[in-house]
Design a protein around this ligand. Structure first.
Ligand SMILES: [Zn+2]
Length: 115
């Protein structure tokens, strides 16, 4: 396989299969739902629609797109650690936070390891 194909396979492999591992740490009855929620966090890439060009393989998305900004990332990290149970907030917000952090890490490796 060519280098660009490998980069694509690793990027989307992490996006789709990366959430499988953290999903295992959710209670048994919530694992599948947590996985789908983490997959759904790929929707943050909607912010690429605001950029021109929409996709640029040589551009670092982290710190460029609004939902990939460092402020947004800080919120995603905090979302992973909030005491949802204690505050009686929905448990799946943690899955959203974890999914978003994984998404950012995937985007980060796409630029830092392959460029
Ligand atoms: Zn992204």
């Amino acid at each position: 396989m060519e280098w660009l194909t490998w980069r694509f396979v690793v990027h989307y492999g992490l996006h789709f299969f990366g959430p499988l591992l953290p999903a295992l740490f959710f209670p048994k009855g919530r694992r599948l739902k947590a996985y789908w929620i983490m997959l759904a966090t790929m929707l943050v890439d909607a912010d690429h629609l605001l950029a021109t060009p929409m996709f640029d393989a040589t551009r670092m998305s982290v710190g460029f797109h609004p939902l990939h900004s460092y402020c947004a990332i800080a919120v995603y990290v905090v979302m992973c650690f909030l005491p949802y149970e204690k505050w009686h907030w929905p448990w799946w917000l943690r899955a959203v936070g974890i999914g978003l952090v994984l998404h950012i890490l995937t985007d980060l490796q796409d630029y830092t390891l392959w460029m």
